[in-house]
Every structure is written in structure tokens, then in C-alpha cells.
Ligand binder design. Sequence first.
Ligand code: GLU
Length: 503
Amino acid sequence: MTKDVRVRFAPSPTGPLHIGGVRTALFNYLFAKKHNGTFILRIEDTDQNRYVEGAEKYIINALNWCGIPYDEGIDKNEKFGPYRQSERKHLYKQYAEELIAKGHAYYAFDTSEALDAHRKDHEEKGKTFIYNWHNRLKLNNSLSLSTEEVQAKLDAGEDYVIRFKSPQDETLHLKDIIRGEIKIDTNTLDDKVLFKSDGMPTYHLANIVDDHLMEISHVIRGEEWLPSLALHYQLYDAFGWEAPEFAHLPLILKPTGKGKLSKRDGDKLGFPVFPLEWNDPNTNEVSRGYKEDGYFAESVVNFLAFLGWNPGTEQEIFSLEELIAAFDLERVNKSGARFDPDKIKWFNHHYMQEQFNEDLAEAFKAQHAELVDIDNEYIALVIGLVKERAAFVSDFWELSHYFFTAPTTYDEKASKKAFKDGTKEILTQVASIIEANKDFTAETLQNEIKGWITSNEIGFGQVMMPLRLALVGALQGPDVFDIIYMIGKTETIKRIQNVITTL
Ligand code: GLU
């Protein structure tokens, strides 16, 4: 890379950050880190009608939770600030006017009623109304009006927008790192609005001006912005600025592979589509988040990295450091990436195994009132025994309740299978072996009981099944001797006696 890598994530604070937005942020982050570059957060809040309170904070929290914080942006290394476009408002108009002076843009005074009428008229004839080279001279703008007329309108404070004058009969050669070269006939483009009557720039103008002023080297963003690329190229050209390189990331598709994954799909399909829970300030509606649903940030990051990218090897488990080392925009696919909610569970199961049992113990304790008085160390040991079967902290209770409370019922099917004639006598014997065991370690218990089984020529299952049933209430769980060791002698004997009297 010859120039300094400076990339930006530029969300609009219109609500919670969609999981696809997190993927865009992640790819920017990985690319920046890979090339010792800078990852910038810019808030694109020029559309005041769509501004949502709390969304900016949510975006920052989400990046921090994922472990992909920005290097430069609001309240951080503000070299190129401000980083909120609303605070850069004063900057944009001069650029729009510069384009007018250079003949690349013009004032347009068409009222929204007039434009609506044109649209309707076209629709009735089965056509689409496009404001561009073929009709702009018949419309109400500074190209069709005289200089005096234009000045009079401006002096009178009439509402106007500034439109880009898209050239005629040219072929644009756009470059995208992921898609290669894209050819566009300028005659198909419309004269996009750059500056609005409310004194605010549109996304296009603000985005280009800021990418230029912030010295952005690479623009990495979602495929939905690909149709804007032609205009953005032309704007760089019109200003006489060097354009950054572009990479448009593939769409994220619904689990069925059909159609784009939308913000609404989470509720419909039963999995979160947001990194963190979101409480909508206007509707008070709460949307689920991956964090609150019990996913680890590592799982979300590893999963998102594979939405549209792959390392070209069989390896699926990647730490953030490994992702940085392996990431390459050239290996990002063009075609849409299917969102598979089962795959992220699979990652969570994997990353569960890497968590510290002590941390998990705290999280587990916070979920269950039954555990308040239990030692964290004991809980951590229990977790160590069951976590290979868990994907979430919320799975722990189901997998381990018998370490904390004695079974009150016994699984019916299991009881039938485990309890036969003679079982009670066997269990009584086992109880006395346990009672007499001195060291009380899982190992000595196992040696003594297994030795007794062998010397008495009893079937292994005839002993171990009812013993497990007594301790767990079902035929599941980790090694029986680990369970005995953990719950202790007195409790073990009590449970054996209980199953004998109950069944
Ligand atoms: N504000 C745009 C968005 O919300 C940014 C698009 C871009 O990165 O250019 O996604």
C-alpha cells in the first residue's frame, strides 16, 4: 500500500445498527489494522427527519462491545473533526457553489408539486421521470432561466436545490476492488440533488466532501451504495480531486437465501439482527441483541467475518488477530452472503469453551437466584464439568441444576430402565462403600466401586444407571464420580436413600 490507509465507517444515526452495518464496520476495521491504517467513525446525520435519539451512542457501544473500536472520531483523536456531519454544516455549501461556478451543478427551483406532477404524468404514459440532460432545459433551473431571473429568485429567498449536471454521452469506467471494472453510460444517470432547500447537503455531497477532507484512502461499504458510485466518481472528477478506492460488500441474505436480511426479520424469524438490545425511544419497542441473547463478542465477530469473506482454507475459527492477518478485500465475494443463525450458535459453543469458568460463574449466578449463596469457586468447577455441552450461559441450569439442588422427581423412562429387581440392594451396598471411602476423591471412589462391581460380577449399567438416576434425576450429566465428589458424601448418601424410598 503506497498511501496511508484511512478508512471510515459512516453510519446514519437512524436507529440501532443493523448486524450488516456491524459487518461493514468490521471489514473496515480489519482492513485498517491489516495495513497499519486508521479506522474512523463518522456520523452521517444530515437527514434530520430520520435522526433518532440514542442511535449514535448505540453505534459506539456496539463497536466497543465487538472489540473493534474506532481510532479517530467523536471524542477521539479529532484531527479531522468534527465527525458529525450536522456540525460540519457550514462547510458544504461552498463546495456546492464551487461546482456551480465550474459548470458542474446548477440551481433548480422546481417545486415538489411540479416534480410530482411530472412523475405522475410520466407514470400514466408508462414511463419514469428522470431529471437530466434530456429535459433539464425544459425545467425550472439556472440552466433554463436567464442570469437575472435566477438572481431575482435567489434574492427573493425562493426555495431551491442544487443539482449535479450529469454529463451527456460519456462512458464512465468505475473501479471496485471486489467487482472489478463497471461501465456506466452517463445518459442513464439523473441529475442528483447535492444540496437541499433546508440548507443541508445530501448524503452524496457531504460524503464526498468529507471523504476528501478526511483523506479517506478506501471506501468500504455495503452493496446498496453501488448505484451511487457513478455519481461519486463524477463528483471527484468535477472537483478535480483524487478518488479513493472503492469496495462494495455483498448483500446479507435471509436464512433462506432469498432476499435481503432486513431489520424486521429478527422479530419474524426469531433471532436477533442487532448487536445490542435496542429500546426504541419513540415506540418503546424493544429489539433483541446478540449480547443480551448470550452471545460472546468473539462469536459475533468470527461469524460476521465469514459473511462474504473466506480465507480460502478450511479454517473457520479465527481470533480477531488472526482475522486481521488473513483478511483481504480481494477474497470478498460478489454474491450475497446467506445469514445462518445456527452457524453463529456453533461459533458461540466454540467460544464458550474458551471463556474463563470464573467469568461464566458470575454470569450464571446473575441469572439464578438459587445460586446467590453458593461459592463462585464451586460454581466455576461445575461449569468446567458441563460447559462442553453448552452454547450459552442460559444452558447451564438445565445441564447442572443437580449440582445445586437434589432431584425432586425422577425421569419416568429412565427410572424404568435403571430400576430392576435387586437395584435397591445394589444401591444400599454402593452407599456403604461411599460412606466408608476415606480420601473421597473421584478417583478412589471410582476404583472402589468399579472394583466391587467386577468382583461381584454385576453388570456395570445395573449399578451406574440407578446411581446416576439417584444423583441427577435423569440419565444424563458428566462422570458420576465427578458428581459424587462435587456434591459430597452426605448429600450423595441422602440422594441414594431418597431414590430407594421413592422408587
Ligand atoms: N451514511 C451512509 C450509510 O448510512 C454511508 C454510506 C457510505 O459509506 O458511503 O450507510
